[in-house]
Design a protein around this ligand. Structure first.
Ligand SMILES: O=C(O)c1cc(=O)[nH]c(=O)n1[C@@H]1O[C@H](COP(=O)(O)O)[C@@H](O)[C@H]1O
Length: 243
């Protein structure tokens, strides 16, 4: 898939650490990383301050707050989040059609008011930590898992969102149905040498890109590695072999 610089631009590292100090240590330890994901743990700890840290280092930001609430509330949250000038923002598709539409409009409004680029709003289809068995027996969803993930992606697309978050195991099907312009972001990515942890629907970085992901989200295989720089290098090298 070409040169290393191009490849590295498609890997988003999940900055799942407890505080600002640990976050800065990792960001500075991995200067080659362009994209960082700020999720619930870090944002709850630091608030928007961490976004300024990333911006001052010219990083791209995926603000992963996974909003899931009534339309008025998710719209308000997206309006506020869009003022930060982040690149990607998440909402759960299960919030429903009205909430997804309201969120899309509100994100545009928030960004316009703040004079920044609106974030690309992407919907979680089904968390990568949920197995087919859990979907059926715990969540009582009567559809097959791939069909459910596809339905959630289509709901997001019909509601005007820019893309979806899906497991690498479903990305080929979503790409085929939703087309090339729909952004598909895949967490649940595991190199063969990394622990799977709580992820249930995983593929390797090379497999996920080959299957059609625009971006990969990778956290612990890099961030909890004894040598994060080496883990990053191994992933980057794996990806240069694709295509
Ligand atoms: O929205 C996400 O990024 C996300 C959605 C999903 O279905 N599964 C998932 O793991 N994530 C996030 O992706 C990251 C994966 O981290 P690792 O499992 O450590 O690679 C975490 O920050 C999760 O919050």
């Amino acid at each position: 898939m070409g040169n290393r610089e191009q490849v590295e631009k498609r890997v988003i590292v999940a900055l799942d650490v407890a505080d600002e100090q640990s976050a800065i240590a990792l960001i500075d330890q991995l200067p080659q990383v362009l994209w960082w994901k700020v999720g619930l743990e870090l944002f709850t700890s630091t608030g928007p301050k961490i976004l300024e840290v990333l911006k001052s280092r010219q990083k791209r930001i995926f603000l992963d707050l996974k909003f899931d609430d009534i339309p008025n509330t998710v719209a308000g949250a997206c309006r506020s989040a869009a003022t930060y000038g982040v690149d990607l923002l998440t909402i759960h598709a299960t919030a429903g059609r009205d909430a997804l539409k309201a969120a899309t409009e509100a994100a545009q409004e928030g960004a316009t008011k703040a004079g920044v680029q609106p974030p690309k709003l992407i919907a979680i289809t089904l968390l990568t930590s949920i197995s087919a068995r859990q979907l059926a027996f715990d969540l009582k969803i009567p559809l097959e898992l791939p069909e459910y993930a596809l339905e959630m992606a289509l709901l997001a697309q019909e509601s005007g969102l820019d893309g979806a978050v899906c497991s690498p195991q479903e990305v080929a099907q979503l790409r085929q149905t939703c087309g090339d312009d729909f952004l598909l972001v895949c967490p649940g990515v595991r190199p063969t040498w990394a622990d799977i942890g709580d992820q249930k629907r995983s593929l390797t970085p090379a497999q996920a890109i080959t299957a059609g992901a625009n971006y990969l989200v990778i956290g612990r295989p890099i961030t909890t590695a004894t040598e994060p720089e080496l883990a990053w290098k191994r992933i980057s090298e794996e990806l240069t072999t694709v295509g």
